[in-house]
Design a protein around this ligand. Structure first.
Ligand code: DQA
Length: 158
C-alpha cells in the first residue's frame, strides 16, 4: 500500500497580507482561504496538506528542511525571495535530491511586471512554476506536485 502523500503549502514574505495587499495584483482571497481551499482539494485528491507562512528567510529554509520528516512534496510561493535567495534555492535543491519535489507558485504574472521579478533563482531547482493564474495557481500546483510525487515513487526516487 502506498503512503498518503503529504504536501507542505509554504508561503513567504508579505503573503500573510493576501486579501489586503494590492488587491488589483493579488486579488481579494486571504491566505487562510487559500490554505483552506488547498487543504480541501488535497483531501479530494487523497493527499494531506499542511500549511506554513513566514516573513523570514531562515524560518522558510527550516520549513523546507522539515519536509525530510515525512512530507512528499512542496507547493511554495516564496514571494520576493524567489528573485534573489540563493539560500532558499540551495534548500529546495537539497530536499529535491532527497526525493521531495517542489512546484513554485506566483499569483501574479511575474513576467508582465518589473524586470527584477522576471528572474527566479528558485524556479530552476523546482519541478515547475505556475505564474499569473491568480490563486487558481495553487490548484494547478497541487495537482502537478501530486503527479510528480507519483512519478518519483514509480521511479524509486521518493
Ligand atoms: C509573488 C510575486 C513576487 O514578485 C512578489 O514579491 C510577491 C508575490 C506572487 O505571488 O505573485 O510577494 O510571489
Amino acid at each position: 500500500m502506498t503512503a498518503t502523500p503529504r504536501v507542505l503549502l509554504l508561503h513567504g514574505p508579505n503573503l500573510n497580507l493576501l486579501g489586503e495587499r494590492d488587491p488589483a495584483t493579488y486579488g481579494s482571497t486571504t491566505l487562510r482561504d487559500v490554505e483552506e481551499r488547498t487543504t480541501a482539494l488535497g483531501r479530494e485528491l487523497g493527499a494531506e496538506v499542511r500549511c506554513a507562512q513566514s516573513n523570514s528567510e531562515g524560518t522558510l529554509i527550516d520549513h523546507v528542511h522539515s519536509t525530510r520528516n515525512g512530507d512528499s512534496g512542496i507547493v511554495f510561493n516564496p514571494g520576493a525571495y524567489s528573485h534573489y535567495s540563493y539560500a532558499l534555492r540551495d534548500a529546495l535543491e537539497a530536499v529535491a535530491g532527497m526525493g521531495v519535489p517542489c512546484v513554485e507558485v506566483h499569483i501574479s504574472n511575474v513576467h508582465a511586471r518589473e524586470p527584477f521579478r522576471h528572474t527566479s533563482v528558485t524556479a530552476p531547482v523546482c519541478q515547475g512554476m505556475v505564474s499569473g493564474h491568480g490563486v487558481f495557481g495553487y490548484e494547478l500546483a497541487l495537482r502537478s506536485v501530486l503527479h510528480r510525487i507519483g512519478e518519483w515513487r514509480k521511479e524509486g526516487r521518493a
